[in-house]
Design a protein around this ligand. Structure first.
Ligand code: GDP
Length: 217
């Protein structure tokens, strides 16, 4: 078996499918990285900026898809980025929230090919309830976490840096080497390289694991 290590091109991301439950997700093989965040945190804009594709982000915002898990294929076979439903949408009945939570839980608990979570937060309002929930989940499962502090253009450089450092200290105390953080701005296209390098490392590491051993018969 020859292993082709092409660099991942995020521009190549293409919508694959939306899933309302685990059984509708693409086959659980390869490697994927999930984007999570509170509604309005800037998750779609971040994905859109990373992939340089406005249509892609819009896909997840299509009515009816906002509460689904959306899968985007990358140029390397069986590598994906995943847009998890934005948490905390207003005016949603409790029943629906619980359903959504169960659906997300199921995905997070059972998805074997999940390599890491990018947790998108508005840099002005970090670590809200949902963010704490995700952080704790990553802590308890050992899932690598990358915190994207977005809308950095809304703050001056000094306050943005001090938020980054403060959170880095707090989260590293909780999660150790399993967490990384960065500043991002979709508006200013700031932080794209850092983000893509982080995701690359997860997706490619996953491939090494898969291909390292003896080829399967
Ligand atoms: P989502 O609900 O998390 O997907 O959030 P969106 O990506 O739709 O963004 C929510 C709002 O924040 C929109 O009005 C965006 O234009 C705005 N927004 C997102 N990212 C940025 C950013 O980096 N800078 C600024 N100034 N606004 C942003």
């Amino acid at each position: 078996m020859s292993i082709k290590r092409s660099p991942i091109s995020y521009n190549s991301a293409r919508f694959n499918k939306s899933a309302a439950k685990l059984s509708q997700c693409p086959d659980d093989i390869g490697a994927e990285v999930a984007f999570a965040g509170r509604s309005n945190a800037g998750k779609s804009s971040a994905i859109n900026t990373l992939t340089n594709n406005k249509k892609l982000a819009r896909t997840s915002k299509t009515p009816g898809r906002t509460q689904l898990i959306n899968f985007f294929d990358l140029n390397i076979e069986h590598t994906r980025i995943v847009d998890l439903p934005g948490y905390g949408f207003a005016k949603v009945p409790l029943e629906m929230k619980l359903h959504w939570q169960k659906h997300l839980d199921n995905y997070l608990q059972k998805r074997e090919c999940l390599r890491g979570v990018v947790l998108v937060m508005d840099i002005r309002h970090p670590m809200k309830e949902f963010d704490q929930m995700m952080t704790q989940w990553c802590k308890s499962t050992g899932m690598p976490l990358h915190v994207l502090l977005t809308k950095a253009d809304k703050l001056k450089k000094g306050p943005a840096q001090s938020t980054l450092l403060k959170l880095k200290k707090e989260l590293t105390a909780e999660l150790g080497d399993n967490v990384s953080l960065q500043i991002f701005s979709a508006l200013k296209r700031q932080g794209i390289d850092q983000l893509s390098m982080r995701i690359d490392s997860w997706l490619l590491e996953g491939m090494e694991d898969e291909f390292d051993g003896q080829p399967e018969e």
